[in-house]
Design a protein around this ligand. Sequence first.
Ligand SMILES: Nc1ncnc2c1ncn2[C@@H]1O[C@H](COP(=O)(O)OP(=O)(O)OP(=O)(O)O)[C@@H](O)[C@H]1O
Ligand SMILES: [Mg+2]
Length: 265
Amino acid sequence: MSLPFIELENVSLSYNGSERLEDMAIHEVNLTIEKGSFTAVVGPSGCGKSTMMKLLSGLQAPTLGYVFMNNREVSGPVSGIGMAFQKSTLLAWRNILDNILLPFEVSPDYEYSYRRDKAKFVKKALALLDKVGLKGYEKHFPWELSGGMQQRASICRALVHEPSLLILDEPFGALDSFTREELWMMLRDLQAEQKFTVLLVTHDLEEAAFLADDIYVMSTRPGRIIHEEKVTFERPRSIDIRYEPKFTHLVQELRGHIKAAKEAA
Ligand SMILES: Nc1ncnc2c1ncn2[C@@H]1O[C@H](COP(=O)(O)OP(=O)(O)OP(=O)(O)O)[C@@H](O)[C@H]1O
Ligand SMILES: [Mg+2]
């Protein structure tokens, strides 16, 4: 049984508050995200993918339409969300462990429990580091780690407080293809185990096809959803699925939708 977790209903957003179509960054977007699912959003640069993430986290309010989470309208920043971006946002002056513990320090939800029971939270952070292959790096500083390791740590920080929604905006975009594939598998395994909902923005169609249950393709600005693809490949998915005809066919088809979106602009 699938439950709607997030719903966007006819959502349009302009950054200047205007309701004119030419000012809209995204226009009349409708989408539903089920609890525990993995959704990818793909589309040309500037089409409003990051804007959509800001709407979902409550950092931006829609100009028109509604955003619902757990059947309640989102009217401000939402708690219970973890985020990671293309550029590592780890703090250079904190070691990896202290970076990962940051959500507990800044969130009012943990104000008392974190101070009272820090050892429990440290244990949790170390377990997560172990899971993503960073055991032993907790005392290192971000600049002592490779780009891929920094992104692993960023994802640990986004997940350490067990958010119900993980928002990833091009998290692997700056990595070499080998490291990227390793991180795809890491994310696949973490989600299979912890069952959080993921929303991934990516330029990489293979990444979307490998990881997602649902792929939304957006048009050029103002961004609209022009295609929804349900990915039915069985899980767990092996990385070698990329060489299977059904996979390459899907990627090719998605490429066609993006091309059509660009040509229609
Ligand atoms: N803070 C802002 N103020 C004004 N306009 C903005 C702001 N942020 C984004 N925009 C505009 O909104 C549109 C969508 O931007 P957005 O960052 O959502 O695109 P994107 O799909 O994430 O692009 P990319 O793939 O390059 O990251 C763009 O035309 C951009 O210039
Ligand atoms: Mg973006």
